[in-house]
Design a protein around this ligand. Structure first.
Ligand SMILES: [Zn+2]
Length: 637
């Protein structure tokens, strides 16, 4: 578990206006900053960033977007919470306390040192390519390959000189330690134990970046045709895991999100060529096939992965793997075989290359279909019902080996339907041929949502049966909750010690309990607020937002804060008066509603329960603290 105080400390240290301002132009408006919301198609600046009075949250007035720095980073960069935490910790220079407890050998450089070594190396290689005499051969290759200056800059393409020791002296001037350069795989110790030499020599350099565009490794293409290997990658390091890294993702991300599709090629030169040709949703694996880790990263960004291969044979080899990935994660995996065995860079260099590339991507075959089509030949050859059954069983056994059996029911059913369609057999035939006696599939997401709903039904108390909330009531609830979010110190007023009010300790607190809120959304925000109020603790809006997992509720919390601020800034009432006022309004509404119900119940039961039932009810209500004068006198039935 992450240390809670780390989370708060980092959140406090983030300059939210600066963070959001890096992605969205913001301008000051009053005490807030406003800008175009990046989470919907915004034309009027709808995004407000509130950073005064110790707050730091953003809220869109048009869509559901709202939250703190973590929410922004998670939503904008499609990161998980731990990723966002790490990202913001790095940004604010705060060391996570969990990391501090992990003993680290003193000889091994920390991730931040490795990243700095990589950054320094990237700018060194870049300078060599840009104008250094040692970069002449590399410049010729860049030119021959048709890579323009903008693209080279975007991908930070560089050149390693044809020298054994060129990086180390440069890095030393920038205070980068040899240990960090070795740790990052940029230097290698000489076999005699005497000094170090450059890993990348006489190569065109393609920095490999993480999702945020920081170089974590390098790919080097040999400039001399006789040099081996033709392509050389940095070794894995604490900041570089090739099974989790996709080349070009930091540049492709926005386009992948927008087109909901990612095209995965096999090499970095393919990615560079595609981006330059106006195909920005292209990434590459780094000498591995696509892993489930890659797919998990991509699932957060899009719904369709198109794997590009330069020939049928390569596509066929990858088909099983692609089907297995499709079974592992809910994402469509397609196989695209480029015409005439051309790789993307070669194809795009042709006059009609872009069109042909696009056409090939559009014609990409679903991985399962690709796999099944190969087995169809066999199925067709099988004669008679029994023969077909045997072929089907064989196919299903093969699919089971790729993970079909582990698919949850909700995903299995459409696959079975798809198989039936592809194979031109009935769904029952497939079900019949399925291996028997399998264990239950893991609980699906749908099942979990059901459980969540049950839970929230259970916790909704007093007003759960009420579908329509009267407008006056909703307003009173909103304002009451808003003022408590705006100024949590008002919780001290809940004991009824404010001058001019009857001292009814606990009454106010009990009337304000979350279950008193009729509006379901307000009730859920109130539930979160009460986790602090119940232990007489203060909270900030950003902490409240962090406690709300629904973006709509986070937005609501921000809205309540801003509304309360507007009301109180008007200065007609003090916050305490405002709270009292709304509290009494709510009590009256509560009393009226309860009395109406009590009366209905009394009328219904009058014949059987005899006299005194209404009095008993009223007595009970009085004990519960409802305002007596709001109750009409008896005998009007
Ligand atoms: Zn918005």
């Amino acid at each position: 578990m992450t240390d809670r105080t780390d989370v708060d400390r980092i959140r406090d240290a983030v300059d939210l206006v600066a963070l959001i301002g890096e992605h969205v132009p913001l301008r000051p408006k009053g005490r807030e900053h406003v800008g175009l919301c990046p989470f919907h198609d915004d034309h009027t600046p709808s995004l407000a960033v509130v950073t005064h009075k110790g707050n730091a949250f953003y809220k869109c007035h048009a869509c559901a977007a709202a939250g703190d720095a973590y929410n922004f980073v998670q939503d904008y960069h499609k990161m998980t919470f731990p990723e966002a935490l790490k990202f913001l910790a790095d940004r604010t220079g705060i060391t996570l306390s969990r990391g501090r407890n992990v003993p680290r050998t003193s000889t091994r450089p920390a991730g931040s040192e490795l990243r700095r070594a990589n950054a320094v190396a990237a700018s060194f290689y870049r300078e060599v390519l840009a104008g250094d005499p040692r970069g002449a051969t590399a410049r010729t290759m860049v030119c021959d390959r048709g890579i323009d200056d903008d693209t080279a800059r975007q991908f930070m393409i560089g050149a390693a000189p044809d020298q054994w020791e060129s990086l180390a002296p440069h890095a030393a001037r920038q205070d980068v330690s040899i240990a960090a350069l070795v740790g990052a795989g940029l230097l290698k110790p000489r076999s005699g134990g005497n000094g170090h030499y450059d890993t990348f020599r006489n190569r065109l350099i393609f920095p490999i970046c993480d999702e945020l565009g920081r170089p974590v490794a390098f790919g080097g293409r040999a400039l001399d045709p006789d040099d081996e290997p033709k392509y050389l990658n940095s070794p894995e390091s604490p900041v570089f895991h090739k099974s989790r890294t996709l080349y070009g993702l930091h540049l492709a991300k926005r386009a992948v999100i927008d087109t909901r599709q990612v095209i995965v090629t096999e090499g970095y030169t393919d990615v560079v060529a595609c981006h330059q040709a106006g195909l920005p949703n292209v990434v590459a694996t780094l000498g591995t096939s696509l892993t489930t880790d890659h797919v998990r990263i991509l699932t957060r960004l899009c719904e369709e992965v198109v794997l590009v291969f330069d020939g049928d044979e390569a596509g066929r080899r990858a088909a099983d793997r692609a089907v297995a990935l499709f079974f592992a994660e809910p994402i469509d995996v397609k196989i695209c075989v480029l015409p005439e065995g051309l790789d993307p860079a070669d194809l795009l260099a042709l006059t009609d290359g872009v069109e042909r590339f696009r056409a090939a991507v559009d014609a990409a075959t679903d991985a399962l279909e690709y796999k099944v089509s190969r087995l169809q030949v066999e199925l067709r050859a099988a004669r008679g019902h029994a023969g077909r059954q045997r072929s089907l069983a064989k196919l299903l056994a093969e699919l089971a080996g790729l993970g079909f059996d582990r698919l949850p029911g909700v995903r299995k059913r459409p696959v079975i339907a798809q198989l039936a369609d592809l194979l031109k057999v009935r769904i029952e035939d497939i079900e019949q041929a399925m291996p028997r006696g399998r264990s239950e599939p893991p609980r699906s997401r749908v099942a979990r949502t059901d459980a969540d709903t049950e839970h929230s039904v259970e916790t909704t108390a007093l007003w759960s049966e009420q579908a329509d909330v009267p407008p006056a009531r909703r307003l009173a609830e909103r304002e009451l909750l808003g003022v408590l979010i705006y100024q949590p110190s008002l919780r001290h007023q809940l004991g009824g010690e404010e001058p001019g009010e009857p001292g009814e300790p606990d009454v106010m607190a009990s009337v304000l309990e979350p279950q008193r809120f009729m509006d379901p959304a307000l009730r859920r925000v109130a539930e979160a607020v009460w986790t602090w109020l119940a232990r007489d603790d203060s909270f900030t809006v950003q902490q409240l937002m962090a406690a709300l997992d629904d973006p709509g509720l986070r937005n609501l919390a921000g809205e309540l804060y801003i509304e309360a601020e507007c009301r109180l800034e008007a200065g007609e009432q003090t916050p305490a008066e405002f709270l009292r006022d709304r509290f009494n309004a709510l009590r009256r509404l509560d009393s009226r509603e309860l009395y109406r119900r009590d009366l209905d119940a009394y009328r219904r039961s009058r014949d059987t329960s005899g006299d005194g039932a209404l009095e008993k009810l009223l007595e009970q209500r009085r004990k519960q603290g409802y305002i007596p004068e709001a109750l009409p006198t008896r005998g009007r039935t």
